[in-house]
Design a protein around this ligand. Structure first.
Ligand code: TXE
Length: 459
């Protein structure tokens, strides 16, 4: 069994109370983790490290990001193995999605930092300089679906801009955050720059969100939790970035090229067992191609390899939605049951015949379950796509009208004839109840720095 420890001030430690981390594949205990309640020592460590870390140049901190990327890359197989063990996802997904993108997050922000243009604004008789100062100590809280992928997405720009960090990974998937802590210690990242604490959300998570010396919170997780985080942080005037839930539509117009659309929509439906906030869990298909689309889609679903969902508890939540779908009049076209494998395995499930206003088609399920709906006009498709409380992502599949329809999808991100094709320079985030703020490229730089203007008169 792995003993996961906190990294505070460059030292590993544990706590009197601990929690267990279970394998989604068979329910066995794979690690113990600290049940941290106080973060005062981590805040002190971050405070002690801040002056020297923020005094480094942008390029010196970019070099540190490259050192982390290089160290992770040299151990990417171990990183992928731990991520697959902790999340249950197939090893090839852990390697090609999670490990690869975790490394890229550090490398991308290293390069981005080195090539950031100076920000000046000339007046007739003065020059305005925009100076970017660090926020100070920042709190990063991440979920269980893409553990190091999403945590590194926050750590990299936060370090680049000179902040010191108190990070809290999900207690359900602590292994790769601990692995990162070990790697950063091995390469000599200065003590206290990156502190990683483990424990329960309402305990150590809340301690981070409510600590007065932590001046920015970047949170990824559920909308209901995001609401609690905002309620605590907003009155303290902390900077807040919330990447929350989604209920995204894959819109297939009548002129879609099914050669690319079928595999693309299946991947959007079931990648990571549907446990990505960007997944297309509502499949909207134009009536003219619906009869052709369904058998092709179901065949591709049957061939798509997925792992278990993250935990037995989450499996129960997902199965409850399948039962709800039946009560709401849905027709199960594929799946609908637990797989006969040990652990939290659920068959990829496709449900037809539901109103887009049904609870099943409106609420975030966050598992391998999609609802499929027929529409006759673009207007109808957009109503079906935009009717939920969420506004995170979506995709439109069409040879001629993708951009036109995509502009009318009420979400932060839309892909046309592709899905999850990511340029890390673009803004990433949602609208409505999918969150507040954007991260990615300059949006991450902006969030993890305080933009200061100095206006110099030319006499
Ligand atoms: O998220 P949580 P979970 C959605 C999805 C999923 C639901 C819950 O619907 O079923 O959210 O997933 C910490 N103060 N998404 O349980 O509970 C918690 O310890 C401070 C979408 O992962 O929001 C963890 O580290 N922190 C999402 C992190 O918040 C608290 C991806 C996320 O936990 C806290 C994952 C509190 N009071 C789930 N309570 C996406 N958008 O990608 C919990 N935490």
């Amino acid at each position: 069994m792995i003993t996961v420890e906190n990294l505070i001030g460059g030292k590993f430690s544990t706590t009197d109370l601990s929690l267990v981390d279970r394998s989604p594949s068979d329910g066995s205990i794979i690690a113990s983790i600290p049940r941290t309640k106080s973060i005062d020592d981590a805040v002190e460590a971050a405070n002690d490290a801040f002056e020297s870390w923020s005094a480094l140049s942008l390029n010196e901190r970019a070099d540190w990001l490259d050192k982390i990327a290089n160290a992770l890359e040299s151990k990417s197989d171990e990183l992928a193995r731990l991520e697959a063990l902790d999340t249950g996802k197939p090893l090839d997904v852990a390697l090609n999605i999670d490990a690869k993108r975790s490394i890229l997050n550090f490398r991308f922000f290293a390069d981005f930092g080195r090539n950031m243009p100076a920000e000046t604004f000339e007046m007739e008789n003065a020059t305005n300089f925009v100076i970017r100062k660090p926020v100070g100590i920042v709190g990063l809280i991440s979920p269980w679906n893409l553990p190091l992928y999403l945590l590194s997405w926050k750590i990299a720009p936060a370090l680049l801009m000179g902040n010191c960090i108190i990070a809290k990974p999900s207690e359900i998937t602590p292994l790769t955050a601990h692995f990162l802590a070990q790697v950063c210690t091995e390469i000599g990242l200065p003590a206290g720059v990156l502190n990683i604490v483990h424990g329960l959300g309402p305990e150590v998570g809340h301690a981070i969100v409510s600590h007065p010396r932590i001046r920015a919170i970047s949170f990824t997780g559920g909308t209901s939790t995001g609401r609690m985080v905002a309620a605590t942080a907003a009155p303290m005037f902390k900077k807040l970035s919330l990447e929350l839930g989604g209920k995204n539509a894959s819109i297939v117009l009548e002129d879609a090229d099914l050669e690319i659309t079928i595999p693309g929509v299946v991947r959007a439906s079931f990648l990571n067992s549907g446990q990505i906030c960007l997944c297309g869990s509502k499949v909207l298909v134009h009536e003219d191609i619906y009869e052709e689309f369904i058998p092709l889609y179901l065949k591709a679903v049957a061939d798509f390899n997925i792992g278990p969902v993250i935990s037995e508890e989450h499996a129960q939540k997902v199965l409850s939605y399948i039962e709800l779908a039946k009560q709401e009049g849905g027709e199960i076209l594929a799946g609908g049951n637990r797989s006969n494998r040990l652990g939290a395995w659920i068959e990829p499930t496709v449900i037809a015949g539901l109103s887009h206003l049904s609870r099943t088609a409106s609420e975030e399920i966050f598992g391998p379950v999609v609802t499929i709906h027929k529409f006759s006009t673009d207007e109808e498709a957009l109503d079906m796509a935009n009717c939920t409380e969420y506004g995170l992502a979506g995709s439109v599949w069409s040879k001629t009208r993708g951009m036109e329809v995509a502009k009318r999808v009420e979400s932060g991100m839309v892909w046309v004839n592709t899905w999850l094709h990511r340029d890390l320079r673009v803004p990433f985030g949602g609208i409505k109840n999918s969150g507040v703020g954007r991260e990615g490229g300059m949006w991450s730089i902006g969030f993890f720095s305080e933009a200061i203007n100095i206006c110099q008169m030319q006499h």
